[in-house]
Design a protein around this ligand. Structure first.
Ligand code: ADP
Ligand code: MG
Length: 430
């Protein structure tokens, strides 16, 4: 139950070397926001600034509309779950969990009840008398979670809490965490370098690279509607294929070899008069044939990975290696032919997505007044939209009778239960 607003945040540890820059983000009540990105992209630093463990070098941090920049971290009512559990070895599991209640003045009975309640939910009741070194890695991480959840703080920050666990346990804990989050209705900010984890857990994902936000969106948007080349390469497994094309006389080339793409992409290239472009195509969308036809590109099979239901072919063509996902019964042969006319994503040389109907302006009837709605407006601005107010031209209409919104866009009408839903429809275009 906490709202967070990060506005134009910068962080440097050394003069003029920013590890976080131009960071704008609105985190909503009770959402499960996942910050994902490669190692060193600034995820932990961002989390530590929210927690008050690092000062901001510039910009503003609000929690529930209170400016936090100069506030003591202890006033923030949050808990932090670390990768390495950080349990106290000489204390029992009971005492470790009760540690999370130190800030509250409770009677011994109240304390015991709270600890036992959370231990029950996390299947740790039998372990309360044990010591951390008597527990498995998964159990220890559950204790760390119990300690974070026991006093029902309004905000929980997670820094790669599952990365020390083996794959099976990790996926178990993933669903465990999600169940708990629903049960507790708490705002969670969760950091991971693992895009699979991000996709599985997030209500919204923030992709960070080199201290900047690349894109924010629902898992669906990040996968199906990438706004930036890096999103399209980082999200989705196995990783998408990338080709650089040049366009001459309406023909499309990779190096000097002509390539056939789908009509939609060809049209977009034409409309935008691109002479160079970057294109990604997912392994599933790259089709493979056994015999030559004129729109196909000849390739050589160099490796095969078996996944049970499907297999991943590694095929050399255009002096690079492509990954193509095919059914298990696909017959392998040395010479194969690639078809690039499936679904692709098109980017300009600045890695920005080129798509149909780039929608830029939202006109509201009037300025919303609820703080949650103002938060949505700020996030829409972060997403790169121009916001204005005009009751005659409005395409975002407020229905006073049942307090709902309606968005009219490209001749489509979307009914929104609350303004936040608008973020699930519009993509990030910054
Ligand atoms: P991530 O969590 O995404 O791996 P971090 O936030 O830990 O990234 O680090 C981002 C960048 O900031 C890295 O280049 C890292 O070396 C640098 N950094 C982090 N903490 C400090 C520090 N205390 N002093 C100097 N540089 C730091
Ligand atoms: Mg980190």
């Amino acid at each position: 139950m906490s709202r967070i607003s990060l506005q134009k945040v910068y962080k440097s540890f050394q003069k003029n070397l920013y590890v976080i820059s131009d960071f704008d983000l609105e985190i909503f009540n009770d959402e499960f926001l996942v910050i994902v990105g490669p190692s060193g992209s600034g995820k932990t630093t961002t989390l530590r600034m929210i927690a008050g463990l690092e000062e901001l070098s510039d910009g503003k941090l609000y929690i529930d509309d209170h400016l936090q920049n100069d506030e003591d971290p202890s006033t923030r009512h949050l808990s932090f779950v670390f990768q390495n559990y950080a349990l106290l070895p000489h204390l029992t599991i009971y005492e470790n969990i009760a540690f999370g209640l130190l800030n509250l003045k409770l009677s011994e009975l109240e304390r015991r009840k709270k600890v036992e309640d959370i231990a029950r939910k996390l299947s740790l009741l039998e372990k309360l008398g044990s010591y951390p070194n008597q527990l498995s890695g998964g159990q220890r991480q559950r204790v760390a979670l119990a300690r974070a959840l026991v006093d029902q703080e309004k905000l929980i920050l997670f820094d790669e809490p599952l990365s020390n666990l083996d794959a099976l346990l990790r996926s178990e804990m993933r669903s465990e965490l999600l169940k708990l989050q629903r049960m507790f209705q708490t705002t969670c900010v969760y950091v991971t370098h693992d895009q699979v984890e991000a996709m599985a857990m997030a209500s919204r994902i923030v992709l960070m690279m080199e201290g900047k936000i690349v894109q924010v969106g629902t898992p669906y948007q990040m996968y199906h509607d990438p706004a930036h080349l890096d999103t399209s390469l980082f999200i989705g497994l196995p990783e998408a294929n990338l080709i650089t094309v040049t366009i001459k006389d309406q023909r499309i080339y990779v190096d000097d070899q002509e390539i056939a793409l789908n009509d939609e992409t060809k049209l977009l290239i034409q409309k935008n008069q691109l002479s160079k472009a970057l294109i990604t195509i997912r392994p599933k969308a790259l089709r493979v044939h056994h015999q030559f036809k004129d729109i196909l590109t000849k390739g050589k099979l160099v490796a095969v990975e078996n996944f049970g239901v499907s297999k991943l072919l590694h095929i050399e063509a255009f002096n690079q290696t492509f990954r193509a996902e095919v059914d298990q019964d696909f017959i392998e042969q040395d010479d194969l032919y690639l078809d690039f006319t499936g679904e692709t994503y098109l980017f300009n040389e600045d890695k920005k997505r080129i798509r149909e109907n780039q929608f830029q302006e939202l006109i509201f009837e009037a300025l919303p007044v609820l703080v949650e709605e103002l938060q949505v407006i700020r996030e829409l601005i972060n997403y790169g939209y121009h916001i204005s107010y005009d009751d005659k031209k409005a395409n975002v209409l407020y229905n006073k009778k049942n307090h709902t919104y309606q968005l009219k866009m490209n001749e489509k009408i979307y009914d929104l239960k609350n303004l936040q839903d608008i973020l699930n429809i519009l993509s990030y275009r910054k």
